[in-house]
Design a protein around this ligand. Sequence first.
Ligand code: SF4
Ligand code: SF4
Length: 167
Amino acid sequence: MGGIEALLREEFKKEGFNWKCLGERCPCNCCAGFDNSLYSSITYLPNGSIPLTEKDVERMKDVLEIYTVQDKYGFYYMKMDENGRCCALDENGKCKIYEIRPTSCRAYPFFVDKYAMLAIDKKCPGVGKGMTEWEEIEEMIKAAIEVYEFVLKKIKIIMLKEEVKNA
Ligand code: SF4
Ligand code: SF4
């Protein structure tokens, strides 16, 4: 491990991290009722939603038709209802595709903001509710970085497609 992850490991080892998922006690499940602003800010999308990376698409290939939508450039996103509830969330508040869920979901509440870099969504009620060791959050941060790298790649592809269209 190197770069940003090595730096973060040192920081978190020193200070720990004051976040703990409240699970079933959470009053505001992160899979429903969010306004998508977080995802809009990192996905370059006017409508927002949870983006699927190329690896997510491969992993979810058998359920894409049920749970996802595609934009005009061919990128996939989780389907949301009008209240911002993910269509993979069952009536008991459990993810129906938990084992193959998108990388953004694996990262949450961490994300990489295009201006602030590594950030945590403060709307998550688990922020400030308990210490979590580096080992537990390492995978989440790696997932956040993976999403960010995918988003950068996606922006380049979109710009290229637009250039070709306008040429
Ligand atoms: S919003 Fe935060 S505390 Fe609540 S379920 Fe999601 S990650 Fe856990
Ligand atoms: S895919 Fe699963 S974990 Fe992700 S937002 Fe939907 S229900 Fe939640």
